[in-house]
Design a protein around this ligand. Structure first.
Ligand SMILES: [Zn+2]
Length: 506
């Protein structure tokens, strides 16, 4: 008997239909699976066989051949356990309703006792199936991530036996739907707050502008100046995720197996990988490429503490995805793409010992040591930080100042307002923030009068700004004007923006 069961495979975040064909015929008992990578086949066979037996069904002592089509599509093994087991049970007529079985897609890993286990990537699979209001049977543990997808009927199952009884009409299972709009509007409570940090007004202002316009920010300062504390508080001033963004982020966490109980990502991610991390860990990689830190930070913040300590290949590989908003990972036969639009925040010391420029603590580094240290950040990478700010160490009397600092909540309100202005200005343009303006879009959206133009050309000569640097000043000025609710970019906005360019060479 030949049976067919529908399932799904992923390439990156893209879903593809897979047909699981099962043939059970007379002959010496064998079990062959075609269309899976070798290493996955053996394990899958063991799980399927034990799960069928331990669910109380008779395992056929016959010749079993399973084909997962199309063969050329790369497939991860464990999600096909459930469709394979159901295919066998359909072929030997333990499952009787062929038509009903054909009206569902299935994905799930089996444990030896027949329980159905959580899989990675259930959300992108569901999104891929969502265009036709398909029925999708998923592991119970995955139901909350799948339930948020519109135009699909997701059914949760806990055990192979449940799935069989459901298909035979001996059990009812209701599809589960969940709307996340209200959850996203809920106020998120953070443990940290900008008001925890005294002083450092320029750095705070820089991070506010960065958050408002999606600009990359680099902070240069001695140890103990609070750079790391400042960076970690950026999520507290970012606007809440909108539904589309939350779905994008959740898909990446789904495929990485990092989703928590509640089933979707509510907060903007904040990722801070260690400087020893490999290129594959940061950019993405592996034999079937998994998202790296730059994708896990999508729609959120990627923070590199001690920027010059990161590996040269990692820093080099960052540039393209930073520019494109996605990363493309090439493997022998295929290319996998993941989104990677993040706000990049970096912190670094001004020199190897950390004290260059400090008013009290002497620096022990030679000029050539400092030059070598700073040269680890290439010009083009340095240029990609729209906002460059020095964060001086606070002296004791500044630290004990009684003046209270502004809470994150107030800053976030201004950031949200500035983002709204940008969303309105760029609607239908596929531009989400000022940081994404192309040179052409800068001309269109940041018209200058002669006054501003001549000021800026004077300044850029003095600061020897590159063309790219010039554009970056304008983009930051646009954000400062938005925070100011000013329709046009005026002199004071440009004057402030040029303050956020510092020379990384000495
Ligand atoms: Zn030094």
């Amino acid at each position: 008997m030949l049976a067919k069961i529908k399932s799904v495979a992923l390439k990156g975040l893209e879903a593809f239909d897979v047909l699981v064909e099962v043939d059970v015929s007379n002959g010496l008992p064998t079990f062959n699976i075609v269309g899976l990578p070798d290493e996955a086949v053996q394990e899958s066979k063991e799980r399927v066989r034990s799960a069928i037996k331990n669910s109380g069904y008779e395992y056929p002592m016959k010749r079993i051949t399973v084909n997962l089509a199309p063969a050329e599509l790369r497939k991860e093994g464990s999600t096909f356990d459930l469709p394979i087991a159901l295919g066998i049970l359909l072929a030997i007529e333990v499952i009787k309703d062929k038509e009903k079985a054909d009206s569902f897609y299935f994905a799930g890993e089996l444990s030896l006792d027949g329980a159905i286990r959580r899989i990675s990537g259930a959300l992108p699979m569901a999104i891929g199936l969502a265009h036709q209001r398909n029925n999708f049977i998923v592991p119970y543990e995955n139901i909350f991530e799948v339930a948020i997808v519109k135009n699909i009927e997701p059914y949760p199952v806990k055990h192979l036996k449940e799935a069989v009884e459901f298909l035979n009409g001996d059990r009812t299972i209701e599809p589960v739907h969940k709307s996340i709009e209200d959850d996203l509007l809920e106020d998120i409570a953070f443990e940290e707050d900008f008001s925890d940090i005294k002083g450092q007004f320029q750095a705070k202002r820089a991070l506010e502008i960065g958050s408002a316009g999606g600009h990359n920010v680099v902070m240069v300062g001695s140890p103990g100046s609070g750079k790391t504390l400042l960076a970690r508080r950026v999520p507290t001033i970012l606007p809440p995720l909108v539904e589309k963004e939350a779905l994008e982020v959740t898909q990446i966490y789904s495929i990485s197996g990092l989703l928590m109980e509640e089933g979707f990502v509510k907060r903007r991610p904040f990722r801070s990988p260690h400087h020893t991390a490999s290129e594959a860990a940061i950019i993405g990689g592996g034999s079937s490429p998994k998202p790296g830190e730059i994708s896990l930070a999508h729609n959120g913040v990627l923070f590199f503490d001690e920027l010059p300590e990161f590996r040269r290949d990692v820093l080099g590989a960052l540039r393209q995805p930073m520019e494109d908003g996605f990363v493309s990972i090439a493997r022998v036969k295929e290319r996998t793409t993941y989104p990677s639009r993040f706000m990049f925040i970096a912190a670094m010391n001004p020199c190897p010992c950390g004290w260059y420029g400090d008013p009290v603590h002497p620096c022990r580094c030679s000029v050539s040591e400092i030059k070598r240290y700073r040269a680890r950040i290439s010009g083009p990478l340095w240029d990609r930080f729209d906002i460059q700010v020095e964060v001086p160490r606070l002296l004791a009397d500044e630290l004990i100042q009684k003046t209270s600092s502004e809470p994150s909540k107030n800053i976030r309100e201004r950031v949200i307002n500035a983002r709204k202005i940008q969303a309105e200005r760029y609607k239908n343009k596929n531009i989400f923030s000022n940081s994404q303006l192309s040179p052409r879009a800068i001309k269109e959206f940041i018209p200058l009068r002669e006054e501003e133009r001549s000021f800026l050309s004077n300044v850029s000569e003095k600061l020897s700004l590159t063309g790219r640097g010039y554009d970056r000043v304008l983009k930051v000025a646009r954000t400062i004007a938005d925070l100011d609710e000013s329709e046009n970019v005026r002199l004071p906005h440009i004057a402030e923006a040029v303050q956020y360019r510092i020379d990384n060479t000495i």
